[in-house]
Design a binder for this molecule. Structure first.
Ligand SMILES: O=C(O)C(=O)C[C@H](O)C(=O)CO
Ligand SMILES: [Zn+2]
Length: 280
């Protein structure tokens, strides 16, 4: 497991491109028959990816957690962005299609990942956070299970930010200790997410951009509102967003992203909006 330390905005404004990418960008997540995990010391979120092809992969705690098993003191959310596959939690199998999701509560001991077809493997992306209580494990079919109030249509084509936001894991939808997750998808012709942007000092966030065409690029914006920087990203790459940082993007094509949040509260609307005219 790769471990990444926290980030101080006073230091970050002096970073060059390489250092920004080294500290915040997560690349090469999906590799055949591998589970990859990155432990950020910002709110101790773990960013993970499992892409089984012809093997069943078992999630291990690794030396870094000093735990008997991965979810001994943690919870996790999983979303599949690949072909059909199976996640098995303590012997119970859950069949995933594209964009299906799941919350797994603290205490689940054995978690395995498998693909239905090695030539079209499942791509299980997950976020995990420290937990204090066991909430039920819940499977989420976004077409059937997301409550109307948790599917939002935002923005306009005129502002190039028309998008659909689906909240998979948050209070009132799927209960968790601190983790929240969902998917936002840009409509054709729209390229901006989260602009006007915001910070939320009480939560950090991780974005995984996907459905980005091969020759397209996402310009992810980060930094304090008056010290913005960008990181150029491609398909299926993730970026860590500290709580003091804005998180927004424009791209050369429409795209989708999985957002995951952890921290002090679970109030999705607890954001400090930034006027576009105040950005620097
Ligand atoms: O498109 C958006 O707007 C989002 O997806 C916003 C993120 O989910 C977010 O920043 C929540 O704090
Ligand atoms: Zn946010």
């Amino acid at each position: 497991m790769e471990v990444r330390p926290g980030a101080n905005p006073v230091d970050v404004k002096t970073y060059d491109t390489a250092r920004l990418r080294h500290d915040f960008l997560v690349q090469d997540l999906f590799n055949a028959n591998e589970i990859k995990t990155i432990y950020s010391q910002i709110d101790r979120i773990i960013i993970g990816a499992a892409m089984p092809t012809d093997k069943v992969l078992t999630l291990e705690a690794g030396a870094e957690l000093r735990a008997k098993y991965f979810l001994e003191r943690r919870e996790m959310g999983i979303i599949n962005i690949g072909g059909k596959g199976t996640v098995t939690v303590d012997g119970k199998a859950y069949e995933f299609k594209y964009r299906d999701g799941m919350y797994v509560g603290m205490g689940a001991k054995e978690i395995t990942f498998a693909s239905a077809d090695a030539s079209d493997p499942a791509k299980f992306y997950f976020n995990s956070a420290p937990a204090h209580k066991t909430y039920p494990t819940v499977f989420i079919d976004p077409e059937k299970d997301i409550l109307p109030q948790n599917k939002l249509e935002l923005g306009t084509l005129e502002d190039a930010n028309h998008r659909i936001l689906r909240k998979y894991i948050l209070p009132g939808q799927v209960e968790s200790c601190q983790l929240e997750m969902g998917i936002t998808s840009l409509e054709p012709g729209s390229v901006w997410n989260t602009m006007p942007c915001h910070t939320h000092d009480r939560r950090m966030e991780v974005y995984l951009y996907f459905e980005v065409p091969e020759n397209a690029a996402v310009f992810h914006y980060m930094g304090e509102p008056t010290e913005t920087r960008h990181i150029i990203m491609h398909n299926e790459e993730a970026v860590i967003s500290p709580s003091w940082s804005i998180h927004s993007a424009s791209a050369t094509h429409a795209y989708s992203f999985i957002w995951g949040m952890v921290g002090e509260n679970q109030d999705f609307d607890d954001m400090d909006g930034v006027d576009i005219k105040d950005l620097r």
